[in-house]
Design a protein around this ligand. Structure first.
Ligand SMILES: [Zn+2]
Length: 110
């Protein structure tokens, strides 16, 4: 069963695996085709860069988040504040909304 990305940009998520387990942070970017997400301050890697005048790169150590697997994060419900699985609710007008499986609140995109 292909996992459909129920995580969208600006969601608050909790990290389930890796060195940042338990961290709550905001989603910066989602790559559904790769099943990866970029989460603020999570899986930060240090890139040692060489000075490069053409790219106005001053060199040194740059810290940047790395993509992590989408299955390693869980959406935090804005209503009940709990990490939750997400159900898809189809409204009468056909709109698909995400719904918290714990408190049944609709989770809007932010
Ligand atoms: Zn909830």
């Amino acid at each position: 069963m292909p996992a459909k990305a129920k995580v969208t940009k600006n969601d608050l998520v909790v990290v389930l695996a890796g060195k940042d387990v338990g961290k709550r942070a905001r989603v910066l970017e989602v790559k559904p085709s790769e099943g990866k997400v970029l989460v603020e301050g999570v899986a930060v890697v240090q890139r040692h860069t060489r000075r490069n005048a053409q790219r106005s790169n001053v060199g040194g150590i740059i810290e940047r988040e790395a993509m992590i697997d989408i299955s390693n994060v869980q959406v935090v419900c804005p209503s009940c504040g709990a990490p939750t699985r997400v159900a898809i609710k189809i409204l009468e007008d056909g709109t698909r909304k995400r719904q918290c499986k714990k408190c049944s609140a609709i989770i809007e995109r932010r």
